[in-house]
Design a protein around this ligand. Structure first.
Ligand code: CTP
Length: 480
């Protein structure tokens, strides 16, 4: 096989240029074939910002890295013997160095059998033609782009294609099927039909990939500008059914007595894209993914009324935890945030339809707290009608809700509000130990303030607990 060579002028920052010259200097000095490879080369050609530099040497990568390390006194060197790679860590970008490899895989494992190889061996074991380009740092053809698999052409025609038979490339590392879909989502390339058929054929192999790597790739798809492209491809390839069956259950429309409901799969994807237009927050994007996740579980047909999904927000919040656990996503405040969004996602819509009372707004502010803006973004994104006038009308109603939220927040400061009476105060006032009753009285104060029955101050709240406690025949300590 011949490797095509082409000189292409690529933009290089001062820092990159300096680093590359140092590497090239050592390559000459040590007489070792050295190349820039991988995502760095691809992104340069695509004109995208590329952070890290990947270097392949034909020989021992770790030894080469140790020899060039003195040329980078400001960097620390990390060596990963198991992977045969070394990392020069800089503040702004890392330089990863590896020896050219030839890999073969057993069918029951992702762990390759690795041997030293030529540049061509190394490039041919990579995932896609666009990622199998190299730039020479050797004196004889310095700066030339080396293209063994028509990667430049594929970049030009925006095509994702494997350098070898796709069945071999995907079987070697099944995560590459998700990587193909991610690259089809951004930079919005199309997957070559033969490559896509192979993904459909090999989808089952995704099950040998660790959940962490799968979630990582899913998060990268979610961070694209239009993740719906990726989710739709995951669906059509059959991978989504394996990694996220709950999401696939949203697909489809049922008709009874002439009444249908929307296809919640495509609705959710639209909501997701809408959220992405408004926010870069990964967890709000996850909330969009989950907001209707329990619709299939709660779906009922009510005679004369049509389809209902009562309580899907409550069941959905519970389901979100199970899904986060399976995906090994953080079970901390990120999950809590997603659950809160799922649980509250119908509330602003209800408010936008009704005459809004101050107390309803206060309640929403109290329940959403600092996440009120995220919730509003999710709810606005949830309007996916094809009727543009309807969408416009809803959004206008949401603007009214927003105005009201601002007004009430300025007046009542409900966002991070805590009722003026604590359980501690109630116990001290009535000389009682902690009990269920204390909690009941405390909650009653909160509800009375939220409903506007009493004012949000200590005095009114204190008088209120005296009345509440009397119902249980409790007297303040100083009156006993
Ligand atoms: N690679 C591969 N198979 C994988 C992962 C990576 O063949 N499963 C190869 C590709 O040539 C890739 C290079 O290793 O370009 C570097 O990998 P990585 O840094 O993970 O990916 P990038 O392509 O740089 O893109 P991104 O960082 O967006 O994942």
């Amino acid at each position: 096989m011949t490797i095509k060579k082409q000189l292409i002028q690529l933009p290089v920052s001062d820092d990159e240029g300096k680093s590359i010259s140092i590497i090239a200097h050592f390559a000459k000095e040590l007489n070792i074939e050295t190349y820039l490879v991988g995502g760095h080369v691809r992104d340069k050609i695509l004109g995208r910002v590329s952070k890290d530099i990947d270097v392949v040497v034909v020989g021992n990568g770790i030894e080469f890295a140790e020899k060039i390390a003195p040329g980078f006194p400001e960097c620390s060197l990390a060596v990963y013997k198991n992977f045969g790679t070394a990392l020069l860590k800089r503040n702004d970008f890392d330089i990863e160095i590896v020896g050219a490899r030839k890999e073969s895989y057993r069918s029951d494992s992702r762990k390759p059998i690795v041997e030293n190889g030529s540049l061509l061996d190394d490039l041919s074991r990579r995932d896609f033609t666009m990622n199998a380009l190299a730039i020479s740092l050797n004196e004889s053809d310095y700066g030339m782009v080396l293209d063994a698999f028509n990667g430049l052409k594929d970049i030009e025609i925006k095509t994702i294609r494997t350098p070898l038979d796709p069945d071999v490339t995907f079987s070697d590392d099944p995560l590459r099927m998700m990587r193909a879909i991610r690259f089809a989502t951004q930079p919005n390339f199309r997957i070559h039909p033969q490559t896509f058929s192979s993904i459909q054929k090999n989808k089952g192999r995704i099950s040998i990939i660790s959940q962490e790597r799968i979630s990582d790739e899913l998060n990268k798809i979610l961070q694209c500008t239009k993740p719906s492209i990726g989710f739709d491809l995951l669906f059509k390839s059959g991978i989504l059914e394996i990694i996220f069956p709950e999401f696939v259950k949203l697909y489809g429309v049922e008709l009874l007595e002439g009444k249908g409901h929307k296809d919640n799969f495509y609705h959710t994807l639209q909501v997701l894209d809408n959220v992405c237009d408004r926010s870069n927050d990964l967890w709000l994007r996850w909330a969009a993914v989950m907001h209707d996740i329990a619709k299939p579980d709660t779906k009922r047909f009510e005679k004369g009324k049509g389809w209902t999904f009562h309580g899907h927000e409550v069941v959905g919040a519970r389901k979100a935890e199970r899904i986060f656990r399976r995906f090994h996503l953080p079970l901390n405040e990120k999950l809590k945030f997603v659950q809160k969004m799922v649980l509250l996602h119908l509330r602003p819509i209800v408010l936008s339809k009704e005459q809004v009372t101050d107390s309803a707004i206060r309640r929403l502010l109290f329940d959403a707290g600092d996440d009120i803006e995220s919730l509003m973004m999710l709810c606005e994104s949830d309007i996916t009608s094809k009727n543009e006038n309807k969408v416009k009308r809803y959004l206008e109603n949401f603007n009214l809700v927003r105005e009201k939220l601002k007004e009430v927040e300025e007046k009542d400061k409900m966002r991070n509000w805590q009722p003026p009476i604590t359980g501690e105060i109630i116990m001290k006032t009535f000389g009682k130990p902690p009990s269920k009753e204390i909690g009941i009285i405390k909650d009653a104060v909160r509800e009375a303030i939220l409903d506007g029955v009493i004012k949000n101050n200590f005095e009114d709240s204190f008088n209120f607990i005296l009345i509440e406690a009397k119902k249980s025949n409790w007297l303040p300590v100083n009156e006993k």
